[in-house]
Design a protein. Structure first.
Length: 128
């Protein structure tokens, strides 16, 4: 499995678990496991973001890792956690979609040929 596919799956599975936390009547163990999954996923994806030099992603993901930290837990009301779960789920979906786009660009060979750049000023827009 390629690294891009792995990051995409981790993002989408984590988002699904976060949206699953919105259901009522879940046992407390679900939320404990959710904290571990979100923290580990955020740390893994932040490492990938560092390799991509997307430092704004690193800031968001480290913030999520600190917020969902299973060792030193942040205690908030249930209503606040619902909002945080939705926002974090949307963030993980966005990171998964961004990784998918990056894969498509690299597979298409997005590097333009130098002779095309000299011939037309529109080449930049065609490539992207």
């Amino acid at each position: 499995m390629k690294k891009v596919e792995l990051t995409k799956y981790i993002s989408f599975i984590t988002a699904a678990l976060l949206f699953g936390a919105l259901m009522r009547g879940l046992p407390y163990n679900y939320f404990q496991i959710l904290r571990w999954v979100v923290t580990l996923a955020a740390l893994f994806l932040s490492w990938e973001a560092i390799e991509q030099k997307s430092y704004w992603k690193v800031v968001i993901l480290i913030g999520l890792a600190v917020l969902f930290n299973p060792i030193e837990q942040v205690r908030l009301p249930r209503a606040t956690w619902r909002i945080i779960n939705i926002a974090a789920g949307l963030a993980f979906i966005a990171f998964g979609v961004m990784n998918t786009r990056r894969k498509d660009i690299t597979l298409q060979g997005a590097k333009p040929k130098p002779e095309l750049i000299k011939k037309s000023k529109c080449t930049f827009f065609i490539v992207f």
